[in-house]
Ligand binder design. Structure first.
Ligand code: GUN
Length: 293
């Protein structure tokens, strides 16, 4: 059994990006810039945005965080988005989700210029990704694909079971794994809360991607010997003895599942660090105008 070290791979990729950015800067070019918009005080969102800002520093990018109170109106947010769309020094920007109830996430996401949508949430990017055109791919599935690539895990002809059908993880992951590509060329089954025989399906898997957001959902009796298990879960579970008062729990019961696996990602230190790095890669691609020219 081999543990997939997302933290190590993420550090390697950040160093690769940094080297490229320092070359650009040495040649007198401006640095790539990512802007994050955050609304309100949700703890997890604050942590994610702080992580993104830190990663920008590590990659040599310029970054800005625009903070708004919970009470901000949708019109004001849309006008900020219009300004960022027009700002030639901003290569990409993200609006951290979730947003307060009175703001339509869909309208906000659709207001972002697809060329700057480094989260890959705009329907134009989702559609382009789905049919295999160059696109910004949502960061978590892009990060998982990179882990599979760097660990040279064979996916061609394999049965991949994706647990979860969210627009930002399960659905794009299932799509990417089925595409004619490497990694890819898999036969994919997507399972969700209404799937009747999840255990039987998992027992036929070569690769399982668990992205349900249900702590310790995947147990040893659901996993065939030699499977590759990728754990996307990051649920905050209260823990009195933890420094921040909670622990991150994955969707996999790691201690009992790991001994059965050929490869497995831990939580933390598996998929999480790769997600942020994918956002950095997308920002560099936006700077280089690689996707839309
Ligand atoms: N909320 C949870 N994950 C994400 C993400 O990847 N991007 C944004 N913008 N919001 C999120």
């Amino acid at each position: 059994m081999q543990i997939i070290d997302g933290k190590k791979i993420a550090a390697e990729i950040k160093a690769e990006i940094r080297a490229e950015v320092e070359n650009l800067a040495a040649a007198g070019k401006r640095r790539p810039q990512l802007v994050a918009i955050i609304v309100g005080n949700d703890g997890a969102s604050q942590t994610y945005v702080a992580g993104k800002e830190k990663a920008c520093g590590e990659c040599g990018f310029k970054s800005q965080v625009l903070r708004f109170a919970d009470s901000v109106g949708e019109a004001e947010l849309l006008s900020v988005i219009a300004r960022l769309n027009a700002d030639e020094e901003v290569d990409g920007f993200i609006v951290q989700l979730p947003l307060p109830q009175h703001i339509s996430e869909q309208r906000v996401v659709e207001a972002i210029d697809p060329k700057k949508d480094v989260d890959g949430f705009h329907p134009t990017n989702v559609g382009r990704m789905t049919i295999g055109l160059p696109a910004y791919v949502s960061a978590t599935p892009a990060g998982i694909r990179e882990l599979l690539r760097r660990y040279r895990i064979a996916t061609s002809g394999k049965h991949c079971v994706v647990l979860g059908r969210s627009n930002i993880v399960g659905r794009p992951m299932a799509n990417l794994l089925s595409q004619k590509d490497t990694p890819g060329d898999s036969t994919v089954t997507m399972c969700h809360s209404r799937t009747r025989n999840i255990k039987d399906i998992c027992l036929t898997a070569d690769i399982i991607v668990a992205a349900l957001g249900q702590p310790e959902f995947l147990t040893a009796d659901m996993v065939p010997d030699g499977a590759v298990v990728v754990d996307v879960g990051t649920t905050r579970v209260p823990a009195a003895d933890a420094k921040r008062g909670f622990r991150l729990k994955g969707d996999v019961k790691f201690d009992e599942v790991a001994p059965k696996c050929s490869y497995i990602t831990p939580v933390p230190g598996g998929v999480g660090p790769m997600t942020i790095v994918s956002l950095m890669k997308n920002t560099l691609r936006a700077y280089k105008k690689e996707v839309y020219g």
